[in-house]
Design a binder for this molecule. Structure first.
Ligand SMILES: [Zn+2]
Length: 637
């Protein structure tokens, strides 16, 4: 599944720097999903000369080709289609292609359960954007959609026909998706919001439409107008999920999960602005995943938990703390999620940096900066420098120190509270950090008449601050809501699965006498570690451990308190020396095998329990007492 996800992502997002002039396509497509066949006729208007490379999936064969009415032979150079346009000037290319696409595991594919033609199903001069008109038909019971504005459609016994125009903003070749869909629709002003769902999902359509309209309205109010004529949520046969211009494509089983409407859906809606309408200049780093995560995932988590996003930020810090230094990278080096470690920086840390920028500039300037960024970069490619320029233009501030510290270099400060003293309503404390970052640090002062929220600015390796509170000071808490991206100390972080799964020196301990159990244990370990597991060389060796077996095998090794009874359990503990051990146990081999499929989704947790293949409980152990907090006694010390 990963291959197809990666392949599709690279087709959709790895857009080269397009050069003018544009081209125009008039496409006729006939789809027969039951037979896995597609027939395409395309009239391409293009300005150019001489041999010109065209993109076209190798799954397609050319049945006829002419340039300006003259039949020509296609050339192939280094695996690419090349068409000789002749003398310089405008040219009309007529090309007909066909393909049989029955392999569901690779793009493009076309089957009765669903089809995804990616973006290379049309021959296209690869160095330019184009405008598009697409007419197509599919047999009765099968529907299709593509990017752009739906201008007409009919659904009769003769089949389904539709026409799309994409002429407002020249774009890369559009993706085409098919399936045995039931279509539901809601109009939000002039935005056409639709679901294209497999029949079993149809009862969920209204809920998806309601939520999508809400997310579009919120984001439009915050960022600027929705960039496309419509937005469609489309179900597919494979367990993938990603955003395309004006649509999101997700696995039919994924869409059925109850939490998707408040997690993946708002994220994919936000990608219309960030990543699609404003494209990413990948050479200088992918800012769009983090900005989308900040505006969708953090906002949703804050709403659900009523905590202003504290739990989500702690989760990001907790993940970062588990990241080995060798896997850390600068935000400007992140391009796409290739593995668990890159997600921690590209999604979590990047989103956190936007949170700090918002705290630094204030919500009003931050929002106006993003609006300015969107206005000036919509339908273009933008980089971190364009973001910095937008924030500097609107705020009038020089943000070089902030962007240098957070975007162009990896790492995080290690914040410490050195000493603290209270004297009546005054509190004096010293903070140190290594290395030195420009930090706005919230400080909560507990007084006799309640908590007071203050803040300090730390730019140096260490600094002493004195604050005056409104009443006698009883206690002090530095960064109580996790508003500063920093390295958590061992004392303030509960262990999570990633402490074991990301560590480069984790060893697998096979504890069963049953070879079948040990084979399952190796498979499960490889799935979680994203590499073959290294077996423990000798009992008592150092480093994180993964202990997998049946309940009866694991009993002699148990540490801590296992989660309550279940037929499958995973929990992580840290011993006095700081070593993390992840226990994965089940009552029988069937239950153990079942854990393999789901545990990878719970790496940010401290424990998960299962019954009959379903999650019954999950969570993160409570945060221990923070070393960044002090309580003062009567003499202020
Ligand atoms: Zn994303």
């Amino acid at each position: 599944m990963k291959t197809i996800c990666a392949l599709i992502l690279s087709l959709c997002f790895a857009v080269p720097a397009w050069a003018a002039p544009a081209a125009h396509h008039e496409v006729q497509v006939r789809l027969d999903p039951a037979m896995s066949t597609v027939v395409v006729k395309d009239q391409i208007s293009v300005h150019g000369q001489g041999p010109t490379p065209f993109t076209l999936s190798s799954a397609f064969s050319i049945t006829s080709l002419s340039v300006d009415g003259q039949a020509v032979s296609p050339l192939h150079k280094q695996g690419r289609l090349v068409i000789d346009l002749g003398s310089i000037g405008p040219h009309e290319i007529s090309i007909a292609t066909k393909a049989t696409l029955s392999q569901k595991t690779q793009v493009p594919f076309l089957t009765a359960e669903g089809g995804y033609l990616g973006s290379n199903w049309l021959a296209h001069p690869g160095d330019r954007l184009a405008t598009w008109t697409l007419n197509g038909q599919s047999p009765k019971g099968q529907k299709w959609l593509t990017e752009g504005r739906l201008v007409s459609e009919s659904d009769t016994d003769m089949g389904y026909r539709a026409r799309y125009n994409s002429t407002e903003h020249p774009s890369a070749p559009p993706t085409l998706i098919t399936g045995p869909f039931e279509i539901s629709e809601r109009l939000d002003g002039d935005i056409r919001v639709r679901t294209y769902f497999h029949p079993e999902l149809a009862p969920l359509a209204q809920g998806y439409l309601d939520d999508t309209v809400g997310y579009i309205q919120q984001a439009s109010a915050t960022i600027g107008p929705f960039p496309y004529p419509g937005f469609s949520i489309v179900s597919g046969p494979l367990p993938v999920g990603f955003g395309l211009p004006g649509m999101t494509y997700m696995g039919r089983r994924v869409l059925a999960l109850p939490f998707i409407r408040s997690t993946s859906l708002p994220h994919e809606v936000l990608h219309n602005w960030w990543g699609n309408a404003v494209e990413v200049d990948y050479a200088s780093g992918n800012w769009a995943e983090g900005l989308t995560t900040f505006q969708a995932d953090l906002v949703q988590s804050a709403r659900q938990n009523g905590d202003g996003g504290r739990a989500k930020r702690l989760e990001w810090l907790r993940n970062y703390a588990a990241l080995p230094a060798t896997s850390d990278q600068a935000l400007s080096d992140f391009t796409s999620r290739t593995h668990d470690a890159s997600q921690i920086v590209g999604y979590g840390k990047t989103a956190f940096v936007f949170h700090m920028l918002k705290k630094h500039l204030g919500a009003d300037i931050f929002t106006r900066s993003l609006q300015h960024f969107y206005r000036t970069n919509a339908y273009k490619t933008a980089s971190w420098s364009d973001l910095k320029a937008a924030f500097e233009t609107v705020s009038g501030a020089d943000l070089s120190a902030f962007f240098n510290a957070w975007v162009t270099q990896p790492g995080a400060p290690d914040l410490k509270l050195i000493d603290a003293k209270a004297d009546g309503s005054k509190v004096t404390f010293s903070l140190s950090q290594s290395p030195a970052y420009p930090l706005d640090i919230p400080v909560r002062v507990r007084t006799q008449s309640g908590d007071q929220e203050l803040s300090v600015r730390l730019n140096a390796p260490s600094q002493t601050f004195t604050l005056t509170a409104k009443d006698t000071v009883l206690g002090l808490s530095i960064d109580p809501n996790f508003d500063v991206f920093r390295r958590l100390t061992l004392g303030e972080m509960p262990p999570i699965f990633r402490d074991v799964t990301l560590a480069p020196d984790t060893q697998l301990v096979l504890v069963s006498q049953n070879p079948e159990v040990n084979t399952l244990a190796r498979q499960l370990a490889e799935h979680l570690l994203q590499r073959p597991a290294q077996l423990q060389a000798a009992a008592g060796t150092a480093g994180p451990r993964l202990i997998i077996g049946l309940d009866s095998d694991i009993v002699p090794y148990l540490q801590g308190t296992p989660p309550p009874d279940a037929d499958g359990r995973a929990y992580v503990v840290r011993d006095a020396l700081g070593r993390a051990t992840l226990f994965i146990m089940a009552t029988d081999t069937h239950s153990l095998a079942g854990l393999g499929k789901v545990l990878a989704h719970y790496k940010r947790r401290s424990f998960v329990t299962f019954w009959a293949g379903k999650i019954t409980d999950k969570g993160v152990s409570p945060v221990p007492a923070s070393p960044l907090a002090r309580t003062f006694n009567a003499n202020g010390s």
